[in-house]
Design a protein around this ligand. Structure first.
Ligand code: GLN
Length: 447
């Protein structure tokens, strides 16, 4: 109930689209009963968790931040959320986000922007912006977001919280409304590594409803946080020397690297020649996948349907014209274009090849080093409405985060001080696939 009160007091931040107050109270009472009767409790008992508006929960609304899903209710609960519930976590509500998880500022939501709690005139990042703010402002203990190109790590950095994107295929995508299926990952926001590790242990692992999930065993990550060895760390020259990088972020990142050297770890500069191709590769492939995934929203099967349409054709057209926002339309068109017969090879096939190069080069570095350290974002949180005019400018916010998604590797953003305006700075750590245990232990040591 403390959380419900704080949610109420922070209404102006526009974090929650729905608060499940009755259901949450009922769950809290059920947990109390279990405690009184000495019954076994789930591993996450009492953990208050918010979920991004792309994760479905039975009999509750879900809209992907879009008007096209207005009024739609889910008939089932997704795997990750179900596993939280089964371990006695309390699902507190549905959280605002950029429409179909496309964006870096939460300003593309059909339900209005969410405000950064550190400075209400600034964005919280995106697309899982509200989920980051919910943890930042103490409206819940943890939140599930999704990270297709940085949508958990970038808002975590802007809000000064921990944000994990695990290995692709570590967590089931069943019940996650798709944006770009070969990139989409559920991610976790918390205030500390311990909670993040406990949650991953619960939600990761094989699932009969998603054949792409790894069958690899899931360790108790939260029991493996001890860190007492010397490691090899690489940092990417092109990121730290990037002219787009804010001075204070550069300084804070270098300070962390210096600390590691002093502690006796091996810290080495490496070059990654593909940095300038990352965003192009990411945006060609994700828009292609999005144009295909979003074709199901046609006014027939879900949500909004234009009432005055008088033919099938006009129903599709009017429903989609009104239901989708500008950024989503832009990406559907771009994706349809790169998949069109005459341009397929020039764009889509080429981008697939570059994706392979990026992945191979990244994993080659990770065969020589335990971790790669880089800033999470080139700048701290920017003012509301400052980037909305120029989408290409907005895409730059993800220049350091998409590498992990293109490569399928895990990456985390942890708080790393503040800039002169007291805005949080994030530090990003990447490692090789399925090494979340080491990533958590090392992050815990660095925090
Ligand atoms: N900002 C990136 C985009 O707009 C990343 C989004 C995401 O990770 N869902 O595509």
């Amino acid at each position: 109930s403390d959380y419900l009160k704080r949610i109420d007091e922070n209404h102006h931040l526009n974090v929650f689209l729905d608060v499940y107050d009755k259901e949450a109270q009922a769950k809290a009472e059920q947990i109390d009963r279990k405690i009184r009767n000495n019954e076994p409790l789930g591993k996450l008992f009492g953990l208050v968790v918010g979920i991004k508006d792309v994760l479905v929960l039975k009999d509750q609304k879900v809209s992907s931040g879009s008007k096209i899903l207005e009024g739609f209710e889910s008939q089932f609960t997704g795997t990750a959320v179900q596993r939280l519930i089964d371990e006695d976590a309390i699902i507190i509500g549905r959280q605002n986000c950029d429409e179909f998880a496309m964006g870096s500022s939460n300003e593309n939501s059909a339900y209005g922007p969410t405000l950064n709690a550190a400075d209400n005139s600034r964005v919280p990042g995106g697309s899982s912006g509200a989920s980051a703010v919910s943890v930042q402002a103490g409206l819940c203990m943890a939140a599930l977001g999704t990270d297709t190109g940085g949508s958990v790590r970038q808002p975590a950095a802007f809000c000064g919280v921990v944000g994990l994107k695990p290995t692709y295929s570590r967590i089931s995508r069943y019940g996650l409304i798709a944006y770009a299926s070969s990139f989409d990952c559920i991610g976790i926001f918390t205030n500390n590594i311990q909670d993040n590790a406990s949650i991953l242990s619960v939600i990761a692992g094989a699932d009969d409803n998603d054949s792409t999930v790894s069958r690899k065993e899931v360790p108790d990550y939260d029991q493996l946080l001890k860190f007492d060895k010397k490691v090899k760390v690489a940092y990417i020259k092109e990121t730290i020397e990037s002219t787009d990088l804010q001075q204070e972020i550069k300084q804070h990142t270098i300070q962390k690297l210096d600390f590691l050297k002093e502690e006796g770890h091996e810290v080495t500069e490496v070059t990654f020649p593909y940095l300038e191709y990352l965003l192009a590769t990411y945006y060609i492939l994700t828009t292609a996948e999005a144009s295909s995934n979003l074709s199901r929203f046609d006014g027939v099967r879900y949500g909004y349907r234009a009432p005055e349409a008088d033919s099938m054709e006009s129903m599709y057209k009017l429903s989609r014209t009104r239901g989708f926002g500008n950024e989503v339309k832009r990406r559907i068109m771009l994706g349809t274009f790169v998949l069109s017969a005459s341009y397929y090879d020039a764009y889509y096939t080429k981008a697939q090849k570059v994706r392979r190069l990026i992945r191979d080069e990244t994993r080659k570095i990770l065969s020589d080093y335990d971790f790669i350290i880089l800033p999470t974002t080139p700048t701290t949180a920017f003012p509301l409405n400052s980037q909305t005019e120029n989408p290409a400018e907005m895409y730059l916010a993800d220049v350091f985060t998409v590498q992990a998604n293109v490569s399928g590797i895990p990456a985390i953003s942890i708080p790393n001080g503040v800039d002169k305006n007291n805005l949080p700075i994030g530090l990003q750590i990447m490692t090789d696939v399925f090494k979340e245990d080491e990533l958590f232990a090392f992050s815990n040591y660095l925090m």
